[in-house]
Ligand binder design. Structure first.
Ligand SMILES: Nc1ncnc2c1ncn2[C@@H]1O[C@H](COP(=O)(O)OP(=O)(O)O)[C@@H](O)[C@H]1O
Ligand SMILES: [Mg+2]
Length: 252
């Protein structure tokens, strides 16, 4: 009974902490390495650049890569018993990686992942936001459920590479989002000579959901440069701007 009450209180605190967020957008995929973090970071940076209040939640508890991608080495500071998000490019960023001593690989069990995400959200000073972009772990297991159920997301962006295997996995991720009655859009990443292109659009048509756009395979994206590609490549920025506009179309 006591435990149930505590859970209930935690849920209420978390919901209150999310009250000031207009849109929560989860970026997901069927498998790892397809570019979720890349898409989440660049979409968030563009929105912030346009003047929106933006948060970026790294909900990949096992491999929290947002900080790595942006070259963030600092850890959380506490103020009035709240975790202060790390700020970069005008966005407020939350990640498990910002806890001290988190450089070893983490192996979490389902319930722990659930509570880690809940606590990041509940205990942080996230404030009022126009958009919270949520970079998810691959697949559709515990953390996906937590985010869909408890964070009450507004829409899901599914990232896939153009190959058929990735598309099959992406379909599962999209179906999970649809199961929760969330609007879904599809982004194709790493299009080009190596993996081909057009698979993302085909999947979107097949699932009758909007295709948000395609991002080419480009070696500059994978470079160790910690500046997001939309801030250093005009054609990439234009491409991502289209994706952001289409993504807004998912929101009511
Ligand atoms: N369009 C692209 N062109 C080249 N490299 C990319 C592209 N998208 C992502 N990458 C690289 O591929 C790797 C995996 O991307 P990441 O965004 O971390 O995937 P995920 O979050 O789905 O695991 C990273 O090294 C990233 O820099
Ligand atoms: Mg990632």
């Amino acid at each position: 009974m006591q435990e149930m009450m505590e859970k209930h209180d935690q849920l209420n605190r978390m919901k209150r902490n999310l009250d000031g967020i207009k849109h929560k957008i989860a970026v997901l995929s069927g498998k790892g390495g397809v570019g979720k973090t890349t898409v989440a970071v660049n979409v968030a940076v563009l929105l912030a650049k346009k003047g929106y209040k933006v948060g970026l939640l790294d909900a990949d508890i096992d491999c929290p890569n947002v900080g790595k991608m942006l070259g963030i080495e600092e850890t959380f500071k506490m103020e009035k018993e709240k975790l202060m998000p790390v700020e970069r490019y005008g966005m407020k960023i939350l990640s498990m990686a910002f806890f001290q001593g988190e450089d070893k690989p983490t192996i979490w069990r389902g319930p722990l992942i659930h509570s880690a995400i809940m606590q990041l959200v509940e205990k942080s000073d996230i404030g009022d936001l126009d958009y919270l972009i949520i970079d998810m772990a691959p697949g559709t297991h515990d953390s996906t459920l937590t985010v869909f159920q408890f964070l009450d997301i507004s829409a899901a962006v599914v990232v896939t590479t153009p190959q058929s295997l990735s598309l099959l996995d992406a379909k599962k991720a999209a179906l999970a989002a649809m199961h929760f009655n969330k609007p879904v859009g599809i982004v194709e990443n790493m299009a080009g000579e190596i993996f081909g292109s057009g698979g993302g659009k085909k999947l979107a048509d097949e699932m009758k959901v909007p295709f948000l756009g395609s991002v080419d395979m480009k070696k500059e994206i994978a470079s160790e440069n910690h500046i997001p590609i939309v801030l250093r490549d005009d054609s990439m920025r234009t491409g991502f701007e289209g994706i952001v506009e289409n993504m807004k179309g998912l929101l009511k």
